[in-house]
Design a protein. Sequence first.
Length: 367
Amino acid sequence: MIIRFYIFLGKLLSLYDMKSKTVTKDLVSESLIDWYRYHHRIMPWREHVTPYRVWISEIMLQQTRIETVIRYFETFMTAFPTIQAVADADLEKVYAVWAGLGYYQRAKNIWKTAQILMNQYDATLPNQYSQLITLPGIGEYTACAILSIAYHQPFPAVDGNVLRVVTRLKGWKENVLEKQTVRHVSVFLKSIVPAQYCSEFTQAWMELGETLCTKQTPLCDRCPLSIGCYAKQHNVTNELPVRIKDLKRSEETRAVFLIQPSPKCLVITKKKKGLLAELWELPNMELVISPSGKNPKTMHYSGLQETFSYVSSLKHDFTHKRWHLHVYQGRINPGTPIDPDWLIISWEKLEKYPMATAFKKVITLLF
């Protein structure tokens, strides 16, 4: 290990411009790849790389922690080992395996894309950017990740981790939430990506941002790029990257109903569009709170004569929205006419119906 360290240090110094105190492009790519080879974490999608596995892992990693994804990735691969297995499955089954990961539109897009791949691409992910970018759920970042990691093409993928590392390295003070900054970083990476190591190059930037160049307290003393890092040299790691948010999380208050035709049965329904579309949920509606700030102790649901009593309140956060949920519970007669979109199920069968976490929280109040 000591010999390896001094070889690595010698390479860094040989690529460092002592006059300008900057680093060459070779330093950035070579030292980063060397570091990645020895220090990268073991991930199931890295140990056995295929375009399909890279695609699924990248979709899962959107808005989800790696520790969580590892568990779900293995489960998903067991249930759907191939693109054809996803395409042949009912969407409900895909939702059921996905349940708990959130952002269920991702699961639906995987299923829709699998249909397209079976019909148009012989059950294979295309290796051209212009084709990948047209598939449901595959944006610029995911397309580049597939091309670079699975197909070894010079398409560096730029996510939040990569933006943080590059802007600190270069000392760029552009707002990383703007598309032009992403393009700027992408151009820089394309100018230094070594053609024969595209996969390692792309993953190394991601890994560095995840493990060393973190948002708070980056581990600069262990970073392979610290010798030429602007933020390290000028002690501004806490100021970069620059993030200027314009969007504030909206808030919405809803009444959610635990409607029970019998003690061990519950009414659920499925939303056809909008937030949480295609997932099962509890009957709910927007609730206007009185100026006093107190929610009603009893409520009626449209079309039903029964009165529902207040049980509890809770909140649930989405990326751009916060729900304040006030929960009401009550019995209805078994013969009561109900909405045709409603379904009466027993408690023990609830897990068979993919449901958003917000409503799972409500259901736990019953147990």
